[in-house]
Design a binder for this molecule. Structure first.
Ligand code: GLN
Length: 287
């Protein structure tokens, strides 16, 4: 079969999905299978494709037609200009999360310049946040904690692929993960994109997310704020004076999390909006 015919077949199979981009997705899968770039696909439409590739491609389109996320099919997602390996069991990095990373990088630059800072990330998933901070600021020393083994495996694989030696990952329940490292009062920054979807809204997430992404990376308890409620008070034991606590948050959680931080004594609390104009990040400084 020719590339063009195969693509058209694939597009037809996934074109009725509500969320997605059939032409782009079919092309991405074929790029991956043929190990070529997009330009090659578009300029070699008449090339023949082996039966093995046809079968693998059809299998992938079949999965996608049932809502399986394209990023798990191709096994990667770009984040902060870096290529992250991902698989089922880790949350797919979201573009909105770059807002948090960009803020942290700018903050380190402006406040600490070339000095070495310690950063703690709670809940690492694929490692996208920890590793992109580490990549763009080689002087930073990053500690990442997760409770689950798949994120720890995937993040470590990404660390090796990106060739970063300024990041270490630890297993544990939030701050328990770094118990015994003697890091109390030593973090310049604590960052987290915790699960924040209210439990009762889990059923109404789009199929891609609801059926295939890890619920334990999404479900934030009854009001979605369970992790903020734990992290905010505990973080005070681990931050330096003047240290920064920064979170990704749900679009309607800004005010409530701001209040939680305020009542724990954090100062200079600000909310950053995403490209849709919705609250996405909140941060504050421990005095
Ligand atoms: N932004 C994700 C979503 O809505 C949620 C991520 C999270 O709970 N931390 O799919």
């Amino acid at each position: 079969m020719e590339i063009n015919q195969l693509l058209k077949k694939g597009v037809d199979m996934i074109k009725d999905r509500k969320y997605g981009n059939p032409v782009l997705e079919a092309t991405m899968v074929l790029e991956e299978l043929l190990n070529v770039d997009r330009v090659h696909i578009y300029t070699h439409g008449k090339d023949g494709v082996s039966e093995d590739v046809v079968n693998k491609f059809m299998e992938a389109m079949e999965k996608r037609s049932k809502g399986y996320p394209i990023q798990y099919i191709i096994g990667r997602k770009e984040f902060m200009g870096l290529d992250f390996y991902i698989r089922e069991g880790v949350l797919i990095p979201r573009g909105d999360t770059e807002i948090l990373v960009e803020y942290v990088l700018r903050y380190i630059d402006e406040k600490y310049g070339d000095r070495r800072v310690n950063v703690l990330e709670l809940g690492i998933g694929s490692g996208a946040i920890s590793l992109s901070i580490a990549h763009y600021n080689r002087k930073a020393k990053i500690y990442g904690v997760d409770l689950y083994s798949t994120p720890l495996e995937v993040a470590e694989e990404n660390r090796i692929r990106l060739g970063l030696d300024n990041v270490s990952f630890y297993r544990g329940d939030l701050f328990q993960g770094i118990e015994g490292l003697n890091m109390e009062g030593k973090f310049h920054i604590i960052a987290s994109n915790p699960p924040y979807i209210p439990s009762e809204e889990m059923d109404s997430l789009q199929e891609e997310v609801r059926e295939y992404e890890p619920a334990n990376a999404l479900d934030g308890g009854e009001d979605g704020l369970a992790f903020y409620r734990r992290i905010i008070p505990e973080s005070k034991d681990y931050l330096i004076d003047g240290g920064l606590l920064i979170f990704e948050i749900g679009y309607d959680q800004g005010k409530r999390i701001e209040n939680m931080m305020m009542s724990e004594g954090f100062k200079d609390i600000k909310i950053l909006k995403d490209l849709q104009g919705l609250d996405r990040v909140v941060y504050g400084v421990m005095e």
